[in-house]
Unconditional design. Sequence first.
Length: 466
Amino acid sequence: MSAYNPHKPWPKQRMFLELACLEAFFGGAAGGGKSDTLLMAALQYVHVPGYSALILRRDFARLALPGAIMDRARAWLANTNAVWNSQNKTFRFPTTGADAVLQFGYVDSFVDVYRYASAEFQFVGFDELTEFDLPDDENAENNPYLFMFSRLRKSRDMIVPLRMRSASNPGNIGHRFVKRRFITDEAAQAVRRGDHRVFDAGDGRMFVPSAIKDNPAIDEQEYRAKLANLPRVMQDRLMNGDWQAAANLQIPEEWLRFYEMRGDLINAQHRDGAASLPPAIDSRTLKRFATVDTAGTSRDKAEEARGKSASWSVVAIWDYDRKTDALYLRHVWRGQVDWGQLKVRAREVLTAWGCKRVLIENAHVGPPLSQELSGLGPQLVGPTLPGMTDGHRGAKLERAIASGMLTRLEAGKLLLPADDSPWKREYVGELLAWGGLPDEVCDQIDVSSYAAHECRKLSATWGGHI
C-alpha cells in the first residue's frame, strides 16, 4: 500500500484496493469509509514515475466542502513531500523520473468532460457517483462516466494497471445507472440479508458493498442511533446500504409510459402487457398549458444554508388531450435562480413554447410572478387542492394523491418523451427516487401534481370523468 496513506486499510477497504479488474464500485451504507477507500486507491501508485490519477465530484462546491475528499487529501499529505497546487487542484509527487500527479476535478454537465479531453490517466475515481447526471442508457453519448474510459491510457513501459473506481450511497439522480451497472438482483437481495461479500457484476465489473461495521473508527452503536432519526427510506439507504429501497418507492418504474414525436404527431410507445394507450395524435390540436413552482424564497435559502436539500424553480410545459384524458410532458426547465433570473427565464420558456395559460403555485413569490407574466394567461393555484386538509410545506405526497397525479401515472395517462434529453433524465430520476418525504427534492413532482389537477378540471368542463 502507498506510504502516503495515514492508516492501515480496514479489511473491506483492502479487498477493494486489491481488485485487479478495470472497473469496480464501492458502495452502500454511510460511514463505511468509501471516500477514504477511493483516495487510498488513487494514491496506490504515486511512487511510479509519470503516474496520473484523477478524482471527480459532481460540482466544485461539493469538491471544496470541508471534510470532503479533496480536503481530506490535503490533511493526509500535509507533512509529506507531495506538493499542492491550489490553482490547479493538483498534488505532485517527486519520483526518480517524471512526477506522479493526483488531480481533483468536477463534472457538473457533460460539456465539463472536455476539460480532460487531451489528458490521460491511469486512475479515474468518481466520488459519490450517484450524484452525477448519468443517462440510464449505457449507449448514450453524453454519459460522463462512460466518456472518462477514453482518458484511461498508459505507455507500454508503465507498470501500473488502468483502473476506473467509484464510490457512493444508494439514491439520487444517478441511482438507476449505478444499480444497473453494478448491483445485480442477487447482490441487492444478499445485501438486504446482511451478506456483504464482494460481488461480480458481470463484464469484468466488481461491486464491493460497504457497511457501517466495516469502519472500526466509527462508534457503530452511536452512529446507528443518529441515523435512526431519519425517515425510514433514508435509514434503509444510509444505515443498511439497501439499493432496492431507493428503487421501489412511491413511483415504480413500470408506471412510466413514453411517446415519440414524428413532426407534429405524438406517438405513444406501447409496452408488453400495458393497457391500451392513446393513438397517434396531432399535437397542434391539444390544450397546452404550463405549471410553475417558484421556490427561491428566503425560507428556502435559510434551510439550504442549514444543510437541507436545495429547492428549485421549475417551469413545466404540458399538452393535454381531453378526448383520451392523456397528459403529455413536453419540456421542463428548472434552476436555482434569484428573483430577477426567475422572471426572465420563466417568460423565455413560456414564450418559446407558445403557452397562453400558466398555473403558478400560490405561495412564496407566486403572486408577484403572476403579475410579471401578465399577457401569458397566469393563474394562481394551490397549494391546498381539493381533498387536502392543508397545503403545508411537507404536503407533497398528499398533493400528488389528491390531484390524481399518482393514479394518472399508474394508469399510463401521463406520458414522457422517449428521448434522452438531460431535463428528461432529471425528471425521471426525481420520480423514481421519491419517497414522499417532507425534505426530499421534489419540485418537479409538485408541478406534475398541479398539471394533473388541471386535467381534472378540463376533463370536467369537457364532459369527461372527474
